[in-house]
Design a protein around this ligand. Structure first.
Ligand code: NAG
Ligand code: NAG
Ligand code: NAG
Ligand code: NAG
Length: 334
């Protein structure tokens, strides 16, 4: 209660309305209400099952292989081999010796709830593809997302996971709205960068290549995620027109990482007022019931964002729960 009054105070004081047509306070309340209804609030209890089934070992191996592959592709092998820079805190996507409590501990995994707000910028009809970066400039980010059924602790295969986020200067593609970039630029409805869907593998995994998101007024850098219901099917033109989703949520990045990214161009040219993690009301609310942060390694080693990032996160969902989501627009081509 105390928290909420404090937050409401901040929002009122700065008179910030980051989501035109959407109210952050209402979004927070809705989120809290739904979380309170959930009986299971973490993936803590899944540790043993994930070890037993081999999902944990395969996730670790896959993430390590991906980091190596991306480093090789970007000619970063030498930088990583420099022992001075390999003692960095996040140099590996875990080993089998990493305690499961670190990887999937209570409060360290992100539970997507069936009825959380999707925010005002969801667009339906986006492409099914793994590379969603298009020609956007920014720090390269490769995401590995594992979807688990938190009632059985088994991976959820064969469902579409869709993500969307802003570009480096804090603008979403596909939506013309006040507060989203240049309102006068109506061509944004024909843009589809930083949006896309992928179907989970047998191990419940999707991977996306994208760029690190930029902040916008009222919000820290974040990525939206939507796990569609199992009946969703792609169109003949490889797009996904489906709002019969089951789970939506948002995930976040360490402030130190955001700060490092924002020092680089074109992020540094973002003129929208900065909201840090500590000031983001939705993040604060999410953090109360989990840890919605992406784990990551700098692919170039050290603390340089120039070589890009590998990030990974696990989502817990209850596939039996469902609700439909509201789309702000439908994408029908560039
Ligand atoms: C090692 O890290 C330091 C500090 O981040 C950096 O200045 C240096 O260029 C790095 N060296 C290599 C070989 O990556
Ligand atoms: C997770 O958070 C809950 C609620 O704040 C707390 O009771 C529990 O002890 C935490 N678990 C761990 C492993 O930190
Ligand atoms: C971000 O997207 C908006 C809308 O398309 C565009 O005007 C802006 O130039 C983009 N930012 C960068 C750095 O390309
Ligand atoms: C894909 O096909 C669907 C169904 O015909 C159509 O509604 C949609 O606009 C098309 N999308 C694109 C990007 O061409």
């Amino acid at each position: 209660m105390l928290f909420f009054s404090f937050l409401a105070g901040i929002l009122a004081a700065s008179a910030v309305k980051a989501h035109p047509g959407a109210d952050i306070n209402a979004e927070i309340l809705e989120r809290r209400e739904q979380i309170e209804k959930m009986e299971i609030r973490s993936l803590d209890h899944c540790a043993e099952e994930l070890k037993r089934s081999g999902v944990l070992a395969r996730s670790i191996a896959r993430r390590q292989a991906t980091a190596e592959k991306l480093r090789a592709k970007r000619g970063l092998l030498q930088a990583r081999a420099d022992p001075i820079n390999t003692s960095h805190k996040s140099t590996k996507p875990y080993t089998l010796d990493t305690p499961a409590s670190t990887i999937f501990a209570a409060n360290t995994s992100c539970l997507l709830s069936p009825e959380v707000t999707e925010g005002p910028y969801y667009v339906t009809g986006e492409y099914v593809r793994s590379d969603i970066s298009e020609n956007q400039a920014g720090v390269k980010l490769h995401l590995d997302i594992l979807v688990l059924d938190y009632t059985t602790c088994k991976p959820v295969p064969d469902v579409f996971v869709e993500i969307w986020h802003t570009n480096s200067t804090g603008v979403y593609s596909g939506v013309v709205a006040q507060g989203n970039g240049n309102y006068a630029d109506k061509t944004n409805t024909k843009q589809s960068f930083a949006r896309g869907a992928q179907k989970t593998s047998a191990d419940g995994v999707v991977e996306f290549s994208t760029i690190f998101p930029g902040h916008y007024t009222g919000r820290t850098a974040h990525v939206h995620a939507f796990v569609h219901s199992s009946t969703a099917a792609a169109q003949a033109n490889n797009t996904l027109i489906d709002t019969s989703g089951s789970h939506v949520g948002q995930f976040f990045f360490d402030q130190s990482l955001i700060t490092a990214v924002e020092k680089t161009s074109p992020y540094s040219g973002n003129r929208q007022s900065l909201t840090t993690n500590a000031q983001d009301g939705i993040l604060k609310e999410e953090s109360k019931v989990g840890d919605p942060f992406v784990n990551y390694v700098y692919l170039a080693g050290g603390e340089s964002v120039a070589g890009g990032l590998l990030g990974w996160i696990s989502f817990g969902i209850d596939p039996k729960a469902s609700r439909s989501v509201r789309a702000a627009a439908k994408f029908s081509g560039n």
